[in-house]
Design a protein around this ligand. Structure first.
Ligand code: GDP
Length: 161
C-alpha cells in the first residue's frame, strides 16, 4: 500500500552513544553489542500507521553531515546517560536545520546500572527549556525505543496534517 507521508528524520549525537543501534532496534528490532561506529551516511525506513495515515519514516544515521539536515522534519538527538549530554547538538540543529523541526532528546543506554541519579531531574529540565521532547531509552533492552520514535512521528504528523 502507498504511504500518505514520508517523514525524513535525522539521528544525531556524539559518536558511540548508540544512534545506529537505536535505528536498528526501531526499524528491524535488532541490536548488536559490538557494532562498529557509524561510517558514511545511510538511512533505514519503517512504515507505521498514525491517525489513519500510512507514514513512512525515512531515518538517516547522519554522523553529523550538515547537508543531511535539509528537508528533515524531525531529529532524534541522542546522548549516553552515563556520560555528558548533548547541548552542542542543539546549537548545531538551530544553525542548520529547518526552524520547525521537531526534536526528541533521547538518553540512551538507560539499561546501564550506576548511571548518575541527577540526570533524572537535570535532563528533562534541559529538554523543557529548549522546547524538546524527552525520553530515556535503551537500544539494548528495547525500552522506550518504539515510544520515542512514535512520539516524534506523531508530533511531526500533527504539524503537517
Ligand atoms: P553510534 O556511533 O552513536 O552509532 O553508536 P552505536 O550504535 O554504534 O553504539 C556504540 C556502542 O554502544 C556499541 O558497542 C553498542 O553495542 C553500544 N550500545 C548502543 N546502545 C546501547 C544501549 O542501549 N545499552 C548499552 N548497554 N549499550 C549500547
Amino acid at each position: 500500500m502507498e504511504e500518505d507521508y514520508v517523514f525524513k528524520i535525522v539521528v544525531i549525537g556524539d559518536s558511540a552513544v548508540g544512534k545506529t543501534q537505536l535505528l536498528g532496534r526501531f526499524t528491524r528490532d535488532e541490536f548488536f553489542l559490538d557494532s562498529k561506529s557509524t561510517i558514511g551516511i545511510e538511512f533505514q525506513t519503517r512504515t507505521v500507521d498514525i491517525a489513519r495515515h500510512r507514514v513512512k519514516a525515512q531515518i538517516w544515521d547522519t554522523a553529523g553531515a550538515r547537508t543531511y539536515y535539509r528537508g528533515a522534519l524531525g531529529a532524534m538527538l541522542v546522548y549516553d546517560v552515563t556520560s555528558r549530554h548533548a547541548a552542542r547538538w542543539v546549537t548545531e540543529l538551530r544553525a542548520h536545520a529547518d526552524k520547525s523541526i521537531v526534536v526528541m532528546l533521547v538518553g540512551n543506554k538507560a539499561d546501564l546500572a550506576g548511571a548518575v541519579r541527577w540526570r533524572q531531574t537535570r535532563r528533562p529540565l534541559f529538554a523543557e527549556e529548549q522546547g524538546l521532547f524527552f525520553s530515556e531509552a535503551s537500544a539494548l533492552s528495547g525500552d522506550n525505543v518504539e515510544r520515542a520514535f512514535l512520539t516524534l512521528l506523531q508530533e511531526i504528523h500533527a504539524n503537517v496534517s
